[in-house]
Design a protein around this ligand. Structure first.
Ligand SMILES: N#Cc1ccccc1NC(=O)[C@H](C1CCCCC1)n1c(-c2ccc(Cl)cc2)nc2cc(F)c(F)cc21
Length: 218
């Protein structure tokens, strides 16, 4: 049985990324707002656009802390940000939804989101994704690395030097793989399950434009 060991460099890399990920939290906690008040479909739509806008700024700041990201071609950096912004937003939403909350809060939050204005057809796939992320019980290092792996997807549209992005992504995948083995020793398939969520995430983000266009305003 091969001994899995995270090297000193990988430890340092993980700390940089996790600290950056935690530092760039979303300014105001949208879950708290949704639990406090019931908003109209229009107010919810406005809240979503505000959240999505601040999320992009947070994403830009976060990527500056990914070792090697700023050494990529500048246009490729932009292509990676544009290509991953929606996925990063759904990943963040899933992590917010899966957070441990006082009993009954998650149900209220789910209800508020179900009634927020999102069209019926998107509710099920969205919550299926949120619950499948929740079942993974990711530690924060895994959450930060998963977001990093998502950003460093080589086959985003308009990326010129895919090799350079692939090399960076592989570095992050190696750390994430080792972390999964060490954090979930009783579940050798955990890393594979984690990456499987990225496929579900990409599918969900294909619905994003349609979800906004079909938002039910009164
Ligand atoms: N969270 C979060 C978050 C962070 C950054 C950017 C956007 C975010 N998401 C949001 O604000 C929306 C709110 C916006 C107001 C109306 C109700 C949904 N959201 C979404 C949701 C994102 C997109 C699309 Cl099309 C539908 C839904 N899934 C959420 C899950 C949660 F648990 C949660 F609290 C909030 C959530």
């Amino acid at each position: 049985k091969e001994k899995v060991e995270i090297t000193k460099e990988q430890q340092a890399l993980m700390k940089i990324i996790t600290d950056a990920y935690n530092r760039h939290q979303i300014p105001q906690d949208v879950a708290k707002k949704l639990l406090q008040d019931q908003y109209s479909a229009e107010e919810n739509f406005l809240l979503l656009t505000e959240m999505a806008t601040s999320q992009v700024q947070v994403l830009v700041e976060f990527t500056k802390n990914i070792p090697g990201f700023l050494s990529l071609d500048r246009e490729d950096q932009i292509a990676l940000l544009k290509g991953s912004a929606v996925e990063a937003m759904f990943l963040r939403s899933a992590q917010v939804f899966s957070r441990k909350m006082p009993s009954g809060h998650t149900e209220v939050l789910e209800e508020r989101i179900r009634k927020s204005g999102i069209s019926e057809e998107f509710i099920t796939p969205m919550f299926n994704f949120y619950k499948s992320i929740g079942e993974l019980h990711m530690v924060q290092e895994e959450q930060a690395l998963l977001t990093t792996v998502t950003i460093l997807t080589p086959d985003r549209p308009y990326v010129k030097d895919q090799q350079a992005v692939e090399r960076l992504q592989e570095t992050m995948l190696d750390v994430l793989r080792k972390l999964c083995v060490l954090q979930h020793p009783q579940e050798p398939q955990y890393f594979a399950r984690l990456l499987g969520r990225l496929t579900e995430l990409r599918t969900l983000s294909h619905y994003h434009t349609e979800m906004l266009a079909s938002w039910r305003m009164n």
